[in-house]
Design a binder for this molecule. Structure first.
Ligand code: ATP
Ligand code: MG
Length: 425
């Protein structure tokens, strides 16, 4: 036997046992997004590296160290997408989806970041995200958050806490950045190497540092709230008022800056204390300049992305199992004649009962061992055929929960199964 090929580090397989959680969460997120009028957009997983450099920013961790980047055969630098907002904007511009329009879009799919893999942090992970274009807010900013609150409640998740902050306009951030530089420069020797480098290039990023020896220094730094202009203040207050009206609790978190450079106004995260170090389940904010920055017209924009692995970890904490709604039928057939007749019969049942899960045992085995397999499959009924049944053109239907067994003619198999399924659901 040759040596098995191991999976790539940080790229998990999602095995069938986990799938009920995924399907449940995916269905609910998609349903709520559709209910709020968001339309799905699917973009490729591979983009030109330049797209991410121009949007997320050269100085961010994501672009500086976390991208899977390689050269195409024709010599262009390509990257697996680390997030999908940039792709939405690129697609929006090149497909004419954004100009002079109000657009509500959502996406779902895998993202790739070369991070240190650990619980809740992977190199391939799934994100749902929503983006709204052409709406200056604060109504749509609040809508984004209400939509997320509805997703949590429909998934029956509690304990998610909303952290919110306002980063302000370019001019505001320039003044704030200068104040930050002054503060951190006075304590330059306490900064880690990354932060020392960022002192000149992007001091805002220092606030996002997770280095523990710098936390006190970061806590003492100037706060953006004190630098906001009156218009920015009013926009932010407008969002907070709408959240209060809707009964959504929040914490204003002056240090929340997010790991991407394109944010301009309100930013937020939903955090939990149930998942250890990986506490952010969802993050987003306003990015009013990105469309122009990527070659489109000035378009206000706001969006968020949620990490599905973390959402599902939360979901699994509160639920040992998620019921699969599909009723199942298992074909038990002993002997070659019965197997052939059974397969044909099952095709007729499939024609008549779409949506019902029907598993043929496939291969040999005694009645007893096939029935054991039927039990293990989770099916509710077994359809049983042996030589005697083939001769009489009948089949047995056995309830795998109640244990009762009846015999029906082949012609009556479909209505009989229908009746059984209706009685048990
Ligand atoms: P973190 O601070 O945990 O690194 P982030 O700010 O980098 O998160 P975003 O870029 O805002 O994350 O992505 C939105 C969401 O996607 C996060 O809140 C998280 O739930 C999820 N996410 C981000 N990176 C990963 C990853 N490497 N593995 C799994 N989920 C992730
Ligand atoms: Mg990150």
């Amino acid at each position: 036997m040759s040596k098995a090929i191991t999976p790539i580090k940080g790229m998990p397989d999602i095995v069938p046992e986990q799938m009920p959680y995924w399907h449940h969460a995916e269905a609910i997120v998609r349903q709520v997004l559709e209910e709020y009028g968001y339309d799905e957009l699917r973009t490729p997983m591979l983009e030109k590296t330049a797209l991410f450099k121009r949007s997320i920013g050269d100085e961010t961790d994501i672009v500086a160290k976390e991208m899977f980047t390689f050269e195409s055969r024709s010599g262009i630098s390509l990257s697996l997408r680390p997030e999908a907002t940039a792709s939405c904007v690129r697609a929006g511009i090149s497909r004419g989806l954004l100009h002079n329009q109000r657009r509500r879009l959502y996406y779902y799919g895998p993202m790739f970041r070369y991070e240190q893999p650990q619980e809740g942090r992977y190199r391939q992970f799934y994100q749902f995200g929503a983006e709204a274009y052409g709406l200056a807010g604060p109504d749509v900013d609040a809508e984004m958050i209400l939509m997320l609150a509805r997703i949590w409640s429909r998934l029956q998740l509690s304990g998610l806490r909303l952290k919110i902050n306002c980063l302000g306009s370019d001019a505001t951030r320039e003044r704030f950045t200068a104040a930050l530089q002054e503060h951190f420069r006075q304590h330059e020797q306490q900064l880690d190497p990354d932060s020392q480098r960022r002192l000149d290039t992007n001091p805002l990023r220092i606030l996002d540092s997770k280095a523990s020896q710098m936390q006190a220094l970061i806590d003492a730094a100037p706060q953006i709230q004190n630098y906001l202009g009156s218009g920015e203040r009013a926009h932010f207050d407008g969002i907070l008022q709408r959240l209060e009206t809707a009964g959504i609790a929040y914490d204003v978190e002056p240090r929340l800056v997010r790991g991407l450079d394109y944010y301009t106004g309100m930013v937020f995260e939903w955090q939990t204390d149930q998942l250890g170090a990986q506490n952010a389940v969802c993050g987003g904010g306003r990015y009013d300049h990105l469309v122009r920055q990527l070659g489109g017209r000035d378009t206000p924009a706001v969006g968020w992305a949620m990490g599905m692995e973390r959402l599902i970890a939360l979901l699994a904490l509160g639920n040992d199992t998620i019921a699969t709604a599909v009723p199942g039928v298992y074909l038990v057939s002993v002997g070659d004649r019965a197997a052939r007749a059974g397969l044909g019969l099952l095709e007729k049942v499939r024609d008549a009962l779409p949506g019902v899960r029907m598993i043929a045992h496939g291969g040999a085995g005694s009645f007893k061992s096939q029935l054991r397999a039927a039990d293990r499959s989770g099916a509710r009924f077994a359809v049983i055929i042996g030589d005697d049944e083939v001769d009489a053109k009948t089949a047995g239907i056995k309830s795998l929960r109640g244990g009762t067994q009846t015999s029906v003619a082949w012609d009556d198999l479909v209505p009989a199964l229908q009746k059984h399924i209706a009685a048990e659901t």
